[in-house]
Design a protein around this ligand. Structure first.
Ligand code: ATP
Ligand code: MG
Length: 300
């Protein structure tokens, strides 16, 4: 009699993970959920808020959205939304609950959340059977969504850059501060080395559009000089004193004020990012993540 791991191994092999499909399986697996990671070199530049705004805006246009809190040290998407999840990704990795049980509803806005938690190091110790089980579960999960938005932690450590580089599209957030500029360059350099599919920049918390464009030009000049390729700017967002106020009341600015200029800028970013096609790799985000070094290398 076959054990569970054996059956899952066969399922996993048949369905996706080698990247080859039979004709009938292609129909079954045609859906490809787009993944968008929001990351930064420097902390506190607005990643979590921007990830949330993107998720809310996509959900408002009737897209099925999953927001993954991949800031495993300082997970706080659920705090921003005033949710107290019973389970997080760590419980699932430990086999203490199912994947369905860790998915939370966002409340007023219609999208799902996987709350973050520390504990990714557990992925480093998985045996093959368990890894394939996880791949299978995450594969099924991705079929339920049009978009996964990944809110990463800050910095160029291997965990952050692994999550950031496995998405179809990676948004690097920076602010006009000089340290943010050098940290954004460091992040883009690493993402480039990891063959990240597509990178774009959002300059957040600018005093003026002119100032935002100027800081982006400085970054682009350095990237062009040393990495020999231009980067794209996907948006400039002003300082908006209401953003922190909304956080304090655990509410979402773009939901409450969809016609505000700030919300319109978020919509414009979403239009740009969602227009980008998936990368050519047939695997989804989670399969790429689980197949990457994150499972064998010791995490930072
Ligand atoms: N456009 C903005 N205008 C004003 N304040 C903003 C703006 N964007 C973000 N903030 C504020 O900046 C602070 C940091 O935002 P956020 O938590 O989203 O950053 P982060 O990059 O996710 O931080 P971390 O690196 O700690 O995860 C918050 O207090 C937030 O309210
Ligand atoms: Mg954050």
């Amino acid at each position: 009699m076959k054990d569970q791991a054996q059956r899952l191994r066969e399922l996993a092999r048949d369905r996706t993970f080698t990247g080859t499909f039979s004709a009938s399986q292609t129909v079954q697996t045609r859906h490809r959920c787009k993944s968008i990671a929001v990351t930064s070199g420097k902390g506190g530049v607005g990643k979590t808020n921007i990830a949330l705004f993107i998720a809310v805006t996509l959900a408002q246009s009737k897209k099925r959205v999953l927001l993954l809190d991949a800031d495993l040290g300082l997970a706080n998407v659920h705090i921003l939304l005033g949710i107290a999840p019973k389970y997080n990704i760590s419980h699932f990795l430990e086999g203490e609950c199912t994947l369905d049980q860790i998915i939370c509803k966002s409340g007023s806005s219609d999208f799902d959340i996987i709350p973050g938690a520390s504990g990714l190091e557990k992925l480093a110790n998985l045996d093959r059977g368990r890894l394939e089980f996880l791949q299978h579960e995450f594969f099924k999960l991705e079929q339920n969504y049009d978009y996964i938005i990944i809110d990463t932690g800050a910095g160029i450590g291997s965990v952050v850059t692994c999550f950031a580089s496995k998405a179809d599209t990676t948004i690097v957030v920076m602010t006009p501060e000089p340290t943010s500029l050098s940290d954004a360059y460091a992040m883009i350099k690493v993402l480039n080395e990891k063959r990240c599919s597509r990178i774009g920049v959002i300059v957040n918390m600018v005093g003026s559009d002119h100032g935002g464009a100027e800081i982006f030009d400085r970054l682009n000049t350095v990237v062009l000089k040393f990495l020999k390729k231009p980067i794209e700017i996907w948006g400039i967002l002003p300082i908006n004193k209401e953003v922190p106020r909304y956080i304090r009341k655990q509410s979402v600015f773009v939901l409450d004020k969809p016609y505000d200029n700030f919300s319109k800028r978020i919509s414009s970013i979403v239009r740009k990012v969602s227009g980008i096609s998936c990368n050519n790799n047939k695997q989804g985000f989670f399969a790429r993540l689980l197949n990457s070094g994150i499972v064998i290398n010791k995490v930072d």
